[in-house]
Design a protein around this ligand. Structure first.
Ligand code: AMP
Length: 417
């Protein structure tokens, strides 16, 4: 399949070419025809799959076709400033030759930013991309009107609910006309997301892009060790390896902070990335990391969703993630675009069972490295009997794919970007 098969407006096709996209990704192949048909859609897809363009392209095409004189007819809700900006950048690139415009509206910043956003909204943009809190502020001030919205998109819906935005989302949707097309994208589909979907979507089509296999180019390794050996091992790996860019994932914000302190104390240039930082600080940290000024960044799973950085050569899982899909997601930050990378997971006795679940999902054991002798003796774990991966039944039912050949053994990310 090529982009020509969608018969997009020629100016949009020019935009696609200028962005360097050659062939549609699996989520784009599946979602674009349904959205062009006017269907509501619930799609299980993660960052890195090309999900953003899978809704931006058909929506841009339809807006260009309707030619309604730049009323704001599309609203995208996104959890964070970073994601809203990334979506806006893609919208600008894709829409460049169509004459359509977009704006990102997000929280943080000073009065000047607020004022710029206020003026931006009044400038009749076609697509508005915003974080829920800031959109509410502009709705309350009376600047923002959503009467003309025809396309409502919720991006990373699971993360918006995790961040406590459900009330704000429902408030915003209350101002959007009932007669509309609604698209919901989420990396996971837990119960609250399905409940939200059933209350705001009409007869939705469902797409599931199971990313159950990591990219081929990732060298996956584990160390089985005691908790108190973990940070010393990380220091050794970082000091002795030749990694230009490393992401370290830990399960909790406290663990992120503690490890950051330890690494800094050992002379490693590292920074934490979490919600305690101001938006501007978070942006600066990400920018430093992207520019290679900061070689090591430490965060929770929130970081694995948001970050779109090329050329990360090492991912360290300081803890084993509870959900095996999160493991795939985390290590997918490396070896993107068919390059190679290393993913190292530290496993203590308590996490050994979670490791088994991951190995079951990827269908093979992960290579185990010996713990370096200077860290002391490695533990010997009691091995659990092989057991079934415990999952939320509804969730696995939902994951059954309905369209196309999304699941199974291939990596679903864009081939090159
Ligand atoms: P997303 O999953 O939407 O965050 O997209 C991940 C990255 O893939 C972004 O940098 C996009 O610009 C890029 N991308 C999206 N669609 C394609 C495509 N068809 N071919 C190549 N790159 C793409």
């Amino acid at each position: 399949m090529t982009f020509h098969d969608f018969n997009f407006n020629e100016h949009l096709t020019e935009g696609i070419l200028s962005m360097g996209y050659q062939t549609p990704t699996p989520i784009q192949e599946m979602a674009i025809p349904l959205i062009l048909e006017g269907k509501d859609l619930i799609a299980c897809a993660q960052t890195g799959t090309g999900k953003t363009a899978s809704y931006l392209l058909p929506v841009l095409h339809k807006i260009a076709l309707a030619d309604e004189g730049h009323k704001t007819t599309a609203l995208v809700l996104a959890p964070t400033r970073e994601l809203a900006q990334q979506i806006d950048q893609q919208a600008e690139g894709l829409a460049y030759f169509t004459g359509l415009s977009s704006i990102a509206i997000y929280g943080g910043g000073d009065g000047i930013v607020y004022e710029q956003q206020r003026r931006g909204i009044q400038n009749k943009v076609d697509i508005l991309i915003g974080t829920p809190g800031r959109l509410i502020a502009h709705l309350q001030s009376g600047v923002l009107k959503l009467d003309h919205i025809k396309y409502l998109i919720l991006d990373e819906a699971d993360r918006m609910l995790d961040m406590g935005f459900l009330g704000d989302i429902m408030r915003i949707i209350g101002d959007v006309p009932q007669h509309r097309q609604t698209l919901l994208f989420s990396a996971t589909m837990p119960g609250p997301i399905r409940k939200l979907a059933s209350s705001i979507l009409k007869n939705p089509e469902q797409i599931n892009l199971a990313t159950s296999q990591p990219a081929e180019g990732i060298s996956q390794q584990i160390y089985k060790l005691h908790n108190d050996q973990k940070s010393r091992l990380v220091v050794k790996l970082l000091k002795e390896g030749s990694y230009a860019s490393t992401i370290i994932f830990a399960n909790t914000k406290d663990e992120v902070k503690r490890l950051t302190r330890e690494l800094k104390g050992s002379g490693i240039k590292a920074n934490a990335f979490h919600s305690d930082f101001e938006q501007a600080e978070r942006e600066q940290i990400l920018l430093d990391f992207k520019n290679r000024a900061l070689p090591v960044i430490i965060g929770t799973d929130a970081l694995s969703r948001g970050i779109d950085v090329e050329g990360i050569d090492l991912v360290i899982n300081y803890d084993v993630p509870a959900d095996p899909e999160d493991y795939i997601h985390r290590i997918g930050r490396t070896a993107r675009a068919e390059t190679t990378g290393t993913a190292i997971t530290l496993v203590n006795e308590r996490d050994n069972r979670k490791l088994k679940n991951i190995e079951e999902l990827i269908g093979r054991p992960i290579v185990q490295n010996p713990v370096p002798s200077e860290l002391g003796e490695a533990p010997v774990f009691k091995e659990h009997k092989h057991h079934k991966r415990r999952r939320d039944n509804n969730r696995s039912k939902f994951r059954k794919k309905k369209h196309g050949n999304s699941g199974g053994s291939h990596h679903a990310g864009p081939k090159s970007h």
